[in-house]
Design a protein around this ligand. Structure first.
Ligand code: LMR
Length: 394
C-alpha cells in the first residue's frame, strides 16, 4: 500500500534551511526561516521564559491531561494580550493549539464546520503554508491582490478591488501584523476600511497574528485587529507564541473565535474542543504553561516585555542600517522601503534568478520570492548583503 504514495512537494522554507546547513562555505548568511537570531546568530531562550520554566518544573506535580481546550488561564492570558479590552471576554471562545500553524489549521476546520461552502480569501502573497494547508484540505480559496512588486508596498486599492467578489459567509484571511512574507502592513485607517467592507459584505475575518511585538510594539501591532474585532459581530484569530516568546519547538498557539453574543459562545467553544479531540485530542501544555506564568507574574511579564522590545529595536536598527547601506551603494532611495517594512521579513523584489545568484555568488540564503529574515543579519553582515543586493539586483 505504501508503495502507492507519491512524493510531496518540499516546503520551500524548510528546504532552504537544509540547503544552508549543507553549504560548506564559511562566509554564508541565513536569511531563510522565520526564527529570531541575535547578533551572534543564536536563538536564545528568553530570560523570563527560562525562569518561568524553572518555576513550572519546581511546582508542577502532575503531567495528567489538562482539558481539550488547554488551560483556561492560558487562553485568558493570551486573549488579553492579543485583544486587550476591545471585546467582551464573554464572547470569546478559545482553544490551545500546537503552535500558530495548529491554530490556522483548526481555524479553517472551524470555518468549514460553520459553513460547508465557505470560500477563503488569502493575500497574494501569503505565508506559503497557508496555501499548502488550504490545498491539502481541498478548501476552495481565492488570492486577493496585496503587494505592489514595483514599490514593495501594500497595494491597498488593488486589494479592495480584488476583494469585490467577497460574499456573506466567506472568510477573509488577514495578517494581524508584520505581514509574512512581505513586511508591508496595513495602516490603521486601512484596517478601518477593511472593517467597514467586512461589515457590509457579512464575510468573517480570520486574522493570523504570529509576530505581535515585532513590528511597532505589542499594543500597536494589535491595534488593527482590535479595531476590527470590536466592530464586527464575529472574528476568528490564530495567535502564535513561537516568535514573541521564542518557544518555537514547544508548539504554543491559540485559536480564538469571537461569537456575536455570549449566548453563542458555548456551542462555539464546544466545537473548538471537538475539533481538538478529532485532530490530536489534548493540545500541548508545556509552552502554554510557561507563557501563562510569564504573562501573569508582574516581574516576569515586565522582563519579557523588555527583552521583546530589545529584539524589536534590534531588527529596526538592522533595517535602518541596510536601507542606508543600499542608499549609498545604489545612489538611490529605491530600497528605503526596507526601513519602513515591519516585523521579521522584507520582500525586496528580486527575481528568482537574482535570489539564486546571491546564494551562489555570495552565500546569501533568502526564500525564492526574495523574502529575507532581517533577524538573520548583524551589523557586520549588513554591508555584505547590501553589496550583494546592489551588485545583483537590476
Ligand atoms: C516562516 O515563515 O519562516 C516561519 O513561520 C516558519 C515556518 O514554519 O515556515
Amino acid at each position: 500500500m505504501l508503495g502507492n504514495l507519491k512524493s510531496q512537494p518540499a516546503d520551500k522554507i524548510l528546504e532552504l534551511m537544509q540547503l544552508y546547513k549543507d553549504d560548506p562555505r564559511e562566509q554564508k548568511i541565513d536569511l531563510g526561516v522565520g526564527v529570531y537570531k541575535n547578533a551572534k546568530g543564536e536563538t536564545p531562550i528568553m530570560r523570563a521564559i527560562k525562569t518561568a520554566e524553572k518555576q513550572v518544573w519546581e511546582s508542577q506535580t502532575s503531567k495528567s491531561y489538562v482539558g481539550l481546550a488547554g488551560d483556561p488561564a492560558f487562553a485568558a492570558a493570551l486573549r488579553d494580550l492579543v485583544l486587550g479590552d476591545s471585546v467582551d471576554a464573554g464572547r470569546v471562545a478559545a482553544a490551545a493549539t500546537p503552535g500558530g500553524t495548529g491554530a490556522v489549521r483548526q481555524g479553517f476546520e472551524l470555518l468549514r464546520q460553520a459553513n460547508r461552502d465557505v470560500h477563503v480569501w488569502v493575500s497574494s502573497p501569503t505565508w506559503p503554508n497557508h496555501l499548502s494547508i488550504l490545498k491539502f484540505m481541498g478548501q476552495p480559496f481565492t488570492e486577493y491582490r496585496y503587494f505592489d512588486e514595483a514599490t514593495c508596498t501594500v497595494d491597498f486599492d488593488g486589494m479592495m478591488d480584488s476583494l469585490k467578489g467577497v460574499k456573506a459567509g466567506d472568510a477573509v484571511l488577514l495578517h494581524g501584523c508584520c505581514h509574512n512574507p512581505t513586511g508591508a502592513n496595513l495602516t490603521l485607517d486601512q484596517w478601518k476600511t477593511v472593517t467597514e467592507f467586512l461589515a457590509k459584505t457579512g464575510a468573517v475575518p480570520f486574522v493570523d497574528i504570529a509576530y505581535q511585538g515585532f513590528g511597532d510594539g505589542l499594543d500597536e501591532d494589535a491595534a488593527g485587529l482590535r479595531h476590527l474585532a470590536s466592530a464586527l459581530p464575529e472574528t476568528i484569530i490564530a495567535a502564535s507564541c513561537s516568535k514573541n516568546f521564542g518557544v518555537y519547538r514547544e508548539r504554543t498557539g491559540l485559536l480564538m473565535a469571537i461569537s456575536e453574543s455570549d449566548a453563542d459562545k458555548p456551542v462555539t467553544q464546544g466545537t473548538l474542543n471537538y475539533l481538538n479531540r478529532q485532530n490530536y485530542s489534548f493540545p500541548p501544555d508545556h509552552g502554554a504553561r510557561i507563557v501563562t506564568q510569564v504573562l501573569t507574574d508582574d516581574a516576569l511579564r515586565a522582563d519579557w516585555k523588555d527583552e521583546l522590545e530589545n529584539v524589536r529595536l534590534s531588527m529596526l536598527g538592522l533595517r535602518e542600517q541596510l536601507a542606508k547601506e543600499l542608499r549609498e551603494r545604489t545612489n538611490s532611495d529605491r530600497f528605503d522601503f526596507i526601513a519602513r517594512h515591519r516585523g521579521m521579513f522584507s520582500r525586496i523584489g528580486a527575481s528568482p534568478e537574482e535570489v539564486l545568484k546571491m546564494r551562489e555568488q555570495f552565500g546569501i540564503y533568502m526564500v525564492g520570492d526574495s523574502r529575507m529574515n532581517i533577524a538573520g543579519l548583524n551589523s557586520e553582515t549588513v554591508p555584505l548583503l547590501a553589496e550583494a543586493i546592489a551588485r545583483t539586483c537590476k
